[in-house]
Every structure is written in structure tokens, then in C-alpha cells.
Design a protein around this ligand. Structure first.
Ligand code: GLY
Length: 434
């Protein structure tokens, strides 16, 4: 199987190059960002492993919702890690549209939630712990990719009353040291959070532990002093979660310490790409940063424009969601809102075709129950937004090719399942006509 770490879309054939227009500015492409993450951790003696299927092994999950899912038996001590040293990194296909982590209703209305996304991650299985995880996160973001450190905020776990475990002094002190070395005040840049934000759980049960998130201030001046962290504000978003797996959550709500301590990190690939490309390598923070304004989504928008005859105008909310825009009461505002609705529809459809294509390629098909029903809801949501673009009959399946073309080098299963015969087998053509 092709490992994601060895692929660079930009080095592939000419015909693909014409499909995947490079960003307008001189930044890394999304393929290069993915590759750079994997290369960085390969240098730190991590083995690069393939993404697991979207169909999880864990019975308590609808879809694979995090990079760590495939490693649960190792965290729980039921399997030994086969890698020496016991470190891996990958890019993982995730769907968050049901269950504990469910972003479905936000998708398209804001700039950074998705049903399907890639999670870049690095893991230690009883090997390195907080110091290395935090120092390498800093090294990759600040020293290699050149994120401005004054725009970064780290959060650490501090339990509220009745919440598990204790203040994560160790994580706090590592972050404080790094910010201090960068001439920044740790009292401003290292923030505490309770169980809701800083204690990560895969589901109601399973491996879990305190976590430390990295947030980026995307405001024009970058001077919010942490006030927007964890405020559901798109001008300050979380890009990386470092989880220190120390417990397993039991069905009765209690937590049992694990025999070994592990690291589990998850970086939002689309978010990091949006920041690097949307700021033209951190030089211009004057615009709204959006995951959709990247070379990940542009090819899908191009195809949708061709199919619908409508234009994607990148109308994005500055704060909050578009649906919260005050009601239109002038013709100019009404026109603007029409374009906003068109742009929401573009984003919803572009997101949802990725979720459907990847899920179907992994053998999960829309149906009337369980995870199949969640897919059916995503499909219906895409159809209903399709009407905004003037589609009144089947259009969704026409976008499968562009998804397969853009990420098929990294996820070859998309190309393999793209052939009409495979789709007929899954009766997807019929399903997509619902
Ligand atoms: N497992 C880390 C995360 O999903 O944020």
C-alpha cells in the first residue's frame, strides 16, 4: 500500500497539475504541508503509517473520529506496538458527524468545521511524553513553518470541581519555558482549561487524558492576549491538540490509570493549510482566514461552478456564522445575502462530497440506520443546499471525480472505488439520486 509520507501531488503528472491550480501566492501547497509534517516526524524517528479506514474497529464509534482510534488496543495494553522506537505519525481520514464529536450543523456556515477532514498526528506508545511532544510541536510550528510565536496560545488542563485528575503542571512548565525563551509572557500565552476543553475523550469510554491545545490568533493585529481562545470565534482557532493518554474511561463514569503513559496528537490539516496559504506565509492577516480558501477546496469549487453556472465569491463571515448575519432590509443587502447563501451552499456541498466519497470508498454507504443514516443525512443536506445552486436533479456524483483526482495519490482507495462498476456495486448511483 502506498504510504502517505512518500507522496507529493505536485510531482505527479502534467494533467493533474492543470487540475490542481497552485495557490496564487508563494506558499506551500497542501500536499507539501502534509509532506512536511510527515517528514518532520520521520526525522524524529517516527514510522509513517497509513490512515486507517473510516469504519472504526471500536464498537462505540460511528466513524473514525481521530487519529488515535486505530491505536486503542495499544493504549489499553492489549497489543504491543510493533515499531522501534514506539513512535508513529500519519494523516488520518476522520468524519465528525454524529456521536461525541459532531460538527455537522456548523459545516458551511463557518470557515473551519467539516464533516470530513484529515488529522495529522504523532504518537508515542509508552515512549516520549510531554516534554518532547510540546517541544516538537513548537519546533515544527515556530522554527520550521514560521508561525509567529506572539500569535500562539497554549492551553493546559486544570480540573474544575469534581473533574478528574489534577492541574497539568508539567505541560504548563514546558510551554512557559518556550514562550519565555521567545520573549513572550507565559502568563498571557499559557491558559488553563477544564474538562470540556482540556481533557480529551474519544467517546464516552476508552483511552483519554489531559490535553494541551495550540490556538492561533488570526486577527489583523494579533494582539488579543488570549481573550478569544475557546470562544468559538473564527479569529482564533485551535490547530493542534496534544493529548497525554493516561486513563481509560469506564462505562460507570470512573477513570482508571493506564499502565503506561502515551502521547496522541491531532493537527487540523485543513486549518493549518488555511492559515499558511490564507496569510501568504504569515505576512498578511488582513483577510478572513478560511479552510475553504485553499487548494484543498478550490478544485471542487471550480467543478461546481462549471456544473451550476454560479460563482463562488468567497463571502465569509468575519465573526460567527453567516446565518447569524442580521436580516436583509435593503436591495443591496438582499443581493449580498443571496450571494452569501450561494457561498454557503458551495461550502456545504464541497465538504459533504468529500465525506460521502471517502466513506463510500471505505465501504460505508447511506442507509436507514446507524452510520449509514448519518451519511444519508449528510447527503440530504447536500441536496437541499444544491437547490440554492439551481440543481433539481442528480448532480452530487459528478463531483466524485474531482475529489478522487485531488487526493487520490494520498488515498488510493478513492481512485480504486471511483470506477463506475464499483459505484454500481454499492448501488450508490441510485442512492445519490434520493
Ligand atoms: N486525539 C486528539 C484529537 O482528536 O484532538
Amino acid at each position: 500500500m502506498t504510504l502517505p509520507g512518500h507522496i507529493s501531488i505536485w510531482k505527479s503528472s502534467r494533467s493533474q497539475e492543470t487540475w490542481l491550480q497552485p495557490p496564487k501566492f508563494d506558499t506551500m501547497t497542501s500536499a507539501q504541508i502534509r509532506q512536511s509534517f510527515l517528514d518532520f516526524f520521520r526525522e524524529k524517528q517516527h514510522t509513517i503509517v497509513p490512515s486507517s479506514s473510516l469504519l472504526p474497529d471500536a464498537p462505540n464509534l460511528l466513524f473514525t473520529n481521530a487519529g488515535m482510534n486505530q491505536f486503542v488496543p495499544i493504549f489499553l495494553g492489549q497489543q504491543k506496538p510493533p515499531w522501534k522506537p514506539a513512535r508513529v505519525a500519519d494523516t488520518q481520514k476522520c468524519i465528525r458527524a454524529g456521536g461525541k464529536h459532531n460538527d455537522l450543523e456548523d459545516v458551511g456556515l463557518d470557515t473551519y468545521h467539516h464533516t470530513f477532514f484529515e488529522m495529522l498526528g504523532n504518537w508515542s506508545f509508552g515512549d516520549y511524553f510531554k516534554r518532547e511532544a510540546i517541544e516538537w510541536a513548537w519546533e515544527l510550528l515556530v522554527e520550521r513553518w514560521k508561525f509567529p510565536p506572539q500569535r500562539l496560545y497554549a492551553t493546559v488542563y486544570k480540573p474544575g470541581p469534581g473533574e478528574p485528575s489534577e492541574f497539568d503542571r508539567e505541560a504548563h512548565d514546558h510551554w512557559a519555558h518556550l514562550f519565555r525563551e521567545a520573549d513572550l509572557d507565559p502568563a498571557v500565552h499559557v491558559l488553563n482549561g477544564g474538562k470540556a476543553d482540556n481533557f480529551w475523550m474519544m467517546g464516552d469510554t476508552g483511552p483519554c487524558g489531559p490535553c494541551s491545545e495550540v490556538h492561533v490568533d488570526l486577527t489583523p493585529d494579533g494582539d488579543t492576549r488570549g481573550e478569544l481562545v475557546n470562544k468559538e470565534d473564527p479569529r482564533c482557532i485551535e490547530i493542534w491538540n496534544l493529548v497525554f493518554i493516561q486513563f481509560t474511561a469506564n462505562p460507570d463514569g470512573s477513570f482508571t490509570p493506564l499502565p503506561q503513559r502515551h502521547v496522541d496528537t491531532g493537527m487540523g490539516f485543513e486549518r493549518v493549510t488555511a492559515i499558511i496559504q490564507g496569510t501568504n506565509n504569515f505576512v498578511d492577516f488582513s483577510g478572513t482566514i478560511s479552510n475553504y480558501e485553499t487548494d484543498i477546496f478550490r478544485p471542487i469549487f471550480n467543478e461546481l461552478e462549471k456544473l451550476s453556472g454560479k460563482r463562488y465569491a468567497s463571502m465569509l463571515p468575519t465573526v460567527g456564522r453567516l446565518c447569524e448575519t442580521p436580516a436583509a432590509d435593503t436591495p443591496a443587502l438582499q443581493n449580498q445575502n443571496t450571494q452569501e447563501q450561494v457561498d454557503i451552499a458551495f461550502r456545504v456541498i464541497a465538504d459533504h462530497i468529500r465525506a460521502l466519497s471517502f466513506a463510500i470508498a471505505d465501504g460505508i454507504v447511506p442507509s436507514n440506520e446507524g452510520r449509514g443514516y448519518v451519511l444519508r443525512r449528510i447527503l440530504r443536506r447536500a441536496f437541499s443546499y444544491g437547490r440554492t445552486l439551481g440543481f433539481h436533479e442528480a448532480f452530487f456524483f459528478k463531483l466524485v471525480d474531482v475529489v478522487a483526482r485531488t487526493v487520490g495519490d494520498i488515498f488510493p482507495e478513492l481512485r480504486a472505488k471511483q470506477k463506475p462498476s464499483c459505484w454500481r456495486n454499492f448501488r450508490v448511483k441510485r442512492i445519490l439520486r434520493w
